[in-house]
Write a protein that binds this ligand. Structure first.
Ligand SMILES: [Zn+2]
Length: 395
């Protein structure tokens, strides 16, 4: 059975941000609170958005006191600002952190309580403010999702809070906004989007809707990624990445994620590895693990890839695993645990003689508790996660 409703209006194209004021007016806004992290402010992008709101004759206020992986404390600070300003429209302008922070503020400002009350699906208790999402990276797909990822400020547990009412009313996709990001962010967010397309295409919840979005996301992202890594100002490549990331976000809504995302969160928690690096590095190992279950699905993805040699007779999972490793290489990202800066520094500070193996076991325990693992096409237990971490340790 399929129960699907497109909730987010997409306004995409070069200079689409020019329409922000008009779109805000269309949503009936008079007072607009924009969540943008300090990096977005420093890049001058927050001001571009704020100006468009002012030019439409609306009041605008910025909230910037948050960072990457927004925490419950960041959200609470934003709620305080919202309670003083009384907005009737929220805008998340920035990367996934800005959009997720805006959604987190919306949950509490609109429905009361604390973030943990909305951990899970469908916990919002009343209508929420309309939200316009404007991504400045091409990665998380938060702009087309009903989920906000908020970290507990004390335990660092990432809480995925999802409700249809939290979905952005409008996503503005302006590829020009993504041109100013550092090349490392282009790489990290791009690889993340590629893993979203790949994982959503094979989860045990996959369906005709997720297939549509995952296929097109994969087609766009696999073409756009090498282009933007090579030439950051390639606007066509930027457009491919931005639309691909948004479609991948829609695929996540329809079919969730898989084991690579379960493996990634412990790497972030234990070794402070950025999400895109963590999930990209683990993806080849997950592909090999899943191959017995979904080899024919992987074959479909290989056929959508550009530049696969007709004489390449390897099985699809090997071609895909190799392609991920290639993408990591061209983006100067680590392909093994031992290449990570956090690996050696974490082990150096440990007193245990078998510290590395202890670390892998702790991470595998944590991976087995991640919700995304439940949707992996091949059932995955703690020992399986441990085997994949061991395989990723060195080349
Ligand atoms: Zn991800």
């Amino acid at each position: 059975m399929i129960d699907y409703q497109l909730r987010t209006r997409l306004v995409a194209g070069e200079h689409a941000i020019e329409q922000l004021g008009t779109l805000a007016e269309q949503l009936g806004a008079r007072r607009v609170l924009i969540a943008s992290d300090p990096g977005v402010v420093a890049a001058g992008i927050y001001e571009i958005g704020a100006q468009r709101i002012r030019q439409a004759g609306l009041e605008v206020l910025g909230f910037h006191q948050f960072a990457e992986n927004p925490s419950t404390e960041h959200v609470q600070a934003g709620v305080q600002v919202a309670q003083d300003f009384r907005p009737d429209l929220l805008v998340g302008l920035g990367g996934g952190s800005s959009m997720d922070c805006a959604k987190g503020i919306n949950f509490i400002y609109s429905c009361g309580g604390k973030i943990a009350d909305y951990w899970g699906v469908g916990k919002a208790t009343s209508p929420m403010l309309p939200l316009i999402a404007i991504p400045t990276t091409a990665g998380t797909g938060s702009e087309t999702q009903s989920f906000a990822l908020i970290s507990d400020a004390h335990t660092h547990v990432k809480m995925a809070c999802g409700d249809p009412k939290a979905s952005p009313a409008i996503a503005i996709l302006d590829p020009i906004l993504t041109c100013s990001q550092p090349s490392s962010i282009t790489a990290l967010t791009g690889i993340d989007a590629l893993t979203h397309a790949m994982e959503t295409f094979v989860t045990n919840k996959r369906n005709a809707i997720s297939d549509c979005y995952a296929r097109e996301a994969w087609t766009l992202l696999s073409r756009g990624f090498p282009r933007v890594v090579e030439e950051p100002t390639d606007l066509h490549g930027r457009s491919q990445m931005q639309l691909g990331a948004a479609f991948a976000g829609m695929a996540i809504e329809a079919s969730m994620l898989g084991a690579a995302h379960a493996l990634a969160n412990p790497l972030t928690a234990f070794l402070n590895v950025p999400h895109g690096q963590a999930v990209g590095m683990m993806m080849p190992h997950v592909i090999r693990y899943n191959a017995p279950c979904v080899e024919s699905r992987y074959r479909e993805l290989v056929e959508l890839l550009p530049e696969v040699s007709a004489s390449d007779r390897r099985i699809a999972s090997e071609i895909l695993a190799d392609r991920f490793t290639h993408w990591l290489h061209i983006a100067s990202m680590a392909t093994t645990l031992e290449e990570l800066a956090g690996w050696s520094s974490t082990l150096a500070s440990s007193s245990s003689s078998c510290a590395a193996e202890d670390l892998l076991e702790s991470m595998a325990q944590m991976a087995s508790k991640q919700w995304t693992g439940a949707y992996n096409p091949r059932p995955v237990q703690t020992d399986d996660f441990l085997a994949m971490y061991r395989a990723a340790r060195s080349a």
